[in-house]
Design a protein around this ligand. Structure first.
Ligand code: FMN
Length: 265
């Protein structure tokens, strides 16, 4: 059985976003043995980030916010796939969803989800769907997820019926198919941009090792600092060398243009 966690950023637990997610669930259940669990981040006790960077300096366990964050992290780690969902609020995610991303910002430096798949759902009255999906995909990419389908649904258009509803029902069905397939698949070849990101982060945690020691130690404990990618299976040495060279050039340029050139790793 594959376990799927839905992280919902809607304050309306049975609202439009939930209804679209349920359609995905229905499509997945007919494909095989899957179990869905819904978590509404606005209903959890998740304090706002204090900005102390303790999670990156000493580890998330030492975070001064004593709330549901560690419980939610463990729940996410115990699943096979996550659906990130939010209504569009002023062209981006809802405030509770933004808070969720802020609280797990350390995972952008400490990727936890290499073996899991992610899907994305946003609903809107009309505008901002694409921008919001783009916003939501970035943290999931940096957290290491296998990036699957994305759905942005203009809910009133969907409810009105007609051609738009038909198109959306097709997209929902394809999204469920792709997400289901990603849950079954094993280790995968890294994409070029994943190789780039891996090298960028390796450099970043090394440059900041005194400032953010837990980020560095997280990579060191996993022996990633010695590697070309999280797992070296399926990694093309040639692609990896190009990714590394491109990142080195980019980092050098950034350090030079910001006057930080003495911070070479
Ligand atoms: C505070 C707020 C801001 C919103 N901003 C937008 C917006 O920028 N563009 C838009 O098309 N719809 C906007 N909406 C409408 C919601 O995105 C839309 O109704 C959504 O489907 C609600 O999902 P839910 O029922 O799951 O909460 C906004 C709604 C609220 C309450």
């Amino acid at each position: 059985m594959k376990r799927i966690l839905v992280i919902s950023g809607s304050p309306r637990s049975k609202g439009n976003t939930y209804k679209i997610t349920r359609l995905v669930e229905e499509q997945m259940v007919v494909r095989g043995d899957v179990a869905f669990e819904y978590v509404s981040v606005g209903k959890l006790n998740l304090k706002h980030c204090y900005g102390c960077l303790t999670c990156m300096k000493k580890g998330a366990e030492k975070c001064p916010c004593k709330d549901d964050a560690l419980m939610l992290r463990d729940k996410m780690l115990a699943t096979d796939g996550i659906i990130f969902s939010s209504p569009v609020y002023v062209h981006t995610v809802s405030a509770v969803m933004k808070n969720f991303y802020d609280r797990f910002a350390y995972m952008c430096h400490q990727p936890h989800f290499r073996d899991k798949a992610a899907m994305f759902i946003v609903t809107t009255e009309l505008t901002g769907g694409r921008e919001t999906l783009e916003y939501m995909r970035f943290p999931a990419f940096t957290w290491g997820f296998k990036m699957c389908a994305s759905l942005d649904v203009v809910y009133p258009g969907f409810m009105k019926g007609g051609k738009y509803r038909e198109v959306m029902l097709n997209r929902i069905s394809r999204a469920a198919r792709d997400f289901y397939a990603a849950l079954q698949a094993g280790d995968r070849k890294p994409l070029f941009r994943e190789l780039m990101f891996f090298n960028l982060m390796k450099t970043k945690v090394t440059v900041h090792k005194e400032f953010l020691p837990e980020d560095y130690n997280y990579w060191k404990r996993r022996e990633w600092l010695k590697r070309d990618f999280y797992t070296e299976n399926n990694v093309s040495r040639f692609k990896s060398a190009i990714a590394k060279t491109m990142v080195d050039l980019k980092v050098k340029k950034m350090l030079k243009s910001t006057g930080l050139k003495d911070l070479q790793p």
